[in-house]
Design a protein around this ligand. Sequence first.
Ligand code: G1P
Length: 898
Amino acid sequence: MKPLTFTNNKGDFKLSQAENISSLYFPLASEVGLKSAVTPNLGGDSKINQETFLLEPVSVDNLHNNRSTRNFWVRDDKGNVYSATGASAKQEALRFSDQEENSVEAGFMWHTIERQSADLPLKSTITSFVPQDENVEVMLVTLENLSDADQTLTAYGAIPIFGRSADNIRDHRNVTSMLHRIKTTDEGVLVCPTMSFDERGHQLNHQIYYVLGFDDKEKTPETFYPTVEMFIGEGGTFTHPAAVYKETSGVASDSHIDGREAMGAFKFEPFTLAAGQSKTFILLMGINENQEHIQAVAQKYKNLTTVEKTLQETKDYWQEKVGVDFKTGDSDFDGYMKWVCFQPFLRRLFGCSFLPHHDYGRGGRGWRDLWQDCLSLLLMEPKTVGDMIVNNYKGVRLDGTNATIIGEGDGNFLADRNGITRVWMDHALWPLMTTKLYIDQTGDIDILTKEVSYFKDPHVKRGTEIDQDWNDAYGNEQRTADDAVYTGSILEHLLIQHLTGFYEVGEHNIYRLRGADWNDALDMADENGESVAFTAAYSGNLMELASLVRLLESETNTESIEILEEIGLLLKKDSDIYDNIERKHQILDAYTNQCLHNVKGRKIRISLSELALNLIQKAAWLRQHLQQQEWLDFNDQEGCYNSYYDNSSKPTEGFYNDRMHMMLTGQVFPIMNYVATDEQIRKITASADHYLYRPEIGGYRLNTDFKEIKTDLGRMFGFAYGEKENGAVFSHMTVMYANALYRRGFAKEGWKALKTLSDTALKFETSRIYPGIPEYFRADGRGVYHYLTGAASWYMLTMVTEAFGVHGKAGDFVLYPKLLAEQFDENGRASITTQFADKTFQIHYDNPNQKDFGKYIIKKATCDSQEIDITDDAFAFITKADLANLSDEVHEIVITLD
Ligand code: G1P
């Protein structure tokens, strides 16, 4: 039997002896701020943000190192002791010999550990969850007497409270414990530090960190151990605490202790369990500024029925959020997809900083992640994403770069005062990709004419100069000469982003790499580096932008729009300048000089058809330039695009020291954006299979081993080969490779890339992760940096819009399946449930003759038994107008392939 199995079709799963796998962790979170990670022994941490950690912050190596886990202890009247989380010194010592039976069972935002004691005839289960609307982590503990005799037991809850900023994990760790003001109440332990410690300016603190306990009769604890010292005792440890083993005394409720490391520990009154009988306890741990609110939380959740009801509501809430459901011939894959579709929500809640592998950053997400996470949310909750998109454009600067520090809430960007003027050259790309998907899914082309402000801080001229006149009083919105906030349409924002990049080229007339592109670790080629990969991406974007401009023209009957006068400089028609690098730099310089501080704010009117033509010319020139200059033929069968030029102006791809150097990124974007011809795609896939494909560790690696620490390209070459950006199977790029192949009709090749990722993730023996897609697979196939990865959004997007072919086209609903025979079940059916235009559709593809994509045509298509239109034997579709007439019920579409 597989070690990890799905228990139903909701993605719930079970893993026996989960504690034997180091570095497993599971996310739990509310929608209002609390974020927890739990391990099979209930290690991990819990926090609201960088400054507000309830439990001590952990990196992945702390998971086996720290003993300060959540714990629940039981002692019988003969002095036998049992930790229901398995976190006692004795249980740990027995792990390699007489290990206790234990397991983890989990689903979206809930996690249960079950364990049978070796010393006591007891079984325990602990379910942890965080209600979606409250910053409290609930631990529901049940003890069951497995013997046929009575047992008299004493139970202890034990949660170490860190209660401060993650910055104090080493810096002033001891000093900050002196700020703690600890008190016991009838229900538990409350800690309210006097200040949050920050030598740049200490702040008074109002956050209260708390741990409360109740039994199933709402009875509160009888004794408290509110400090670590009191609980573990002199010479004791968290896995062998004196309070439990030596029954040392604690304090009563309403005690006050100042200036010590705090402990949410308490003992309940002894109880007797008859044979087969069980008893349940509730522990609540959370953070709130208001003691009355904590009282209200206690009142609500001390009641077992309420807790059980809330647990069910939490499960239902998240199941409903993930409105997408796949049914293929492989139920494990369908279960895996549940988690892939859930992951974008996790990234929205956790950002990129708050799970044990993600020990960098101080919370929040980057610009690129912000936009890409919208992709999958667009398929699941399009309504909210529209506003998000509009607001996010407020982060664009007039020079085409953007804010990189993102504040709380949508559209709130912060000035970079650290003077780190890093410009990522790919950043301008993602907003258009997301906006295009939005327009396709909703038909809302008018979004392009919405007016929003621009971002302003001291960085000007694409991060090369500082505007000395800018100060805090100016604020973060670009102003005009008469001091008004300048606004422009979203189309104008897009034009500025795409046109400025066009002129910022290096010596090969390829877009400069600047601080890096998608690959954050290509960060050492600022002067001469060029990104061929993303130049290809921009060529495609210019084409897309042109087609959106045309759509705007035709759908809204508009002939022209107003844009900022200065942009005229970037729209020169003279295509001779495309080859002239120096001239390009002059034009960019002239433009960015005009928006150093304030802009004049005058607008000019420009015809939409001329604009579209202008963009197409640029895109076509780029495409041709790339095809002529960057393609490398290895032999008759193989070849690839060059991906980059390094700081020594050398191309990355080709033969160096008798080794072939190849990178996946440089292939993905030429394929995706029609730079690569079909013939070239065949050669690329053959080369990728030859040089990059390792199915046993997830499939397509990011690059071959350059065997060189290339200080003229980036830190990635300092990483061991096979780790992170240096040649790991980096899921995000592999998925984008698949997406690109699907777009070009290479479904078999695309599916191969996706399937190898899912097979490896689901092969627990190698991947050692719970279901879902990790950021990458290491050289030994272990999945790392689990859950918080942009790969999930792209995986889901590719499965829905490409493999199942369910997508929008300017608001019309199109079904264009690219499924392979193996993706259908034994009855020849593959199904997906998804939303479109605020309606839910159950879509079934019937393929009775089990044909592959390319061999079948759409023979018949119905929606609720009514025939729907088919074009070219390949697409079934429902127009925007017809969609509007459909009721809010679930609709069934059946498509017969033959
Ligand atoms: C991470 C970052 C992403 C970056 C990528 C490659 O990927 O979040 O912005 O492009 O590394 O450096 P992710 O965790 O989304 O897979």
